[in-house]
Ligand binder design. Structure first.
Ligand SMILES: Nc1ncnc2c1ncn2[C@@H]1O[C@H](COP(=O)(O)OP(=O)(O)OP(=O)(O)O)[C@@H](O)[C@H]1O
Length: 253
């Protein structure tokens, strides 16, 4: 695993009126990794992501993305990152191919929409409207839109929330494929099994502070070394294993 930083956040602070949501946080994301931002509701994850994505102003601190400063080179950063567009921007009258063409036009990029849909296994829905997709398909389409500008880094905010077990696992595979194709992935999630399975490193954010940053394995080993013992599981499987065993691993939508 390369440890070349592609995102560097130094002493980031974000105040909303008299409330400080992000309190002097610093971290690096390495090129080629899947990096998770974890933490309770309201911890400051989305605020931090949106500042890095150039969608929100910071109060103070410095950020570089792929070598470009957010203060002076935001346009360069925008060209190099992929951000999930809000579903509200998905014009209801257009099908997936037409939406892809529209977004590509906004980026000034020439892409083959069908190839983008192929990347996320949605070619058979090419003529469908976004509103008619299942939850998993909507997430995949949304991820496809992040890839239009062939970005160096993509940002995914809770990409598997609300998905069934098959769709979650298949989305993990899709995210791994995107990483394998050379794109760095930064995501937030409230699912710790997802972070453990998918992320190379995670940062825990709480109350606007980074309270820990490491690989999932190192965090777990450190906790175990303190004498922590999980209540012993006597069962060799859990209900999710039953679910997958009964209903299979394929996309179900
Ligand atoms: N535009 C805003 N104006 C005022 N306060 C805001 C604004 N946006 C976010 N906040 C506050 O900043 C804090 C951090 O919010 P943020 O959305 O970054 O948290 P989060 O970690 O992403 O939470 P969640 O896990 O619930 O998505 C919260 O207390 C939130 O209410």
């Amino acid at each position: 695993m390369a440890t070349q930083p592609i995102i560097t956040v130094n002493n980031l602070v974000k105040r909303y009126a008299d409330f400080t949501a992000v309190k002097d946080i610093s971290f690096e994301v390495y090129e080629g990794e899947i990096f998770g931002l974890l933490g309770p509701n309201g911890a400051g994850k989305t605020t931090t992501l949106e500042i890095i994505e150039t969608l929100r102003d910071k109060t103070s601190g410095s950020i570089t993305v792929d070598g470009f400063s957010i203060d002076t080179q935001a346009n360069q950063i925008k060209k190099r990152i992929g951000v999930q567009l809000q579903a509200a921007g998905y014009y209801p009258g257009l099908n997936l191919i037409e939406l892809m063409e529209l977004f590509a036009g906004l980026y000034g990029n020439r892409i083959k929409p069908i190839e983008m849909l192929e990347k996320v296994a949605l070619t058979d829905k090419a003529k469908a409207k976004y509103k008619d997709l299942s939850g998993g398909q909507k997430q995949r389409f949304s991820i496809a839109t992040t890839l239009i500008n062939n970005p160096r880094i993509i940002f995914l905010d809770e990409p598997t929330t609300g998905l069934d077990p098959q769709a979650r696992r298949n989305l993990w595979e899709l995210i791994r494929q995107i990483r394998a194709a050379g794109t760095t992935v930064v995501l937030t999630t409230h699912y710790m099994d997802e972070a453990e399975e998918l992320c190379d490193r995670v940062a825990f954010i709480d109350g606007g502070h980074v309270i820990g940053i490491n690989t999932p394995d190192t965090f777990i080993d450190q906790l175990v070394a303190t004498g922590f013992e999980r209540k012993k599981t006597v069962k060799q499987a859990n209900l999710e294993d039953v679910f997958i065993n009964l209903t299979g691993k394929e996309w179900r939508e």
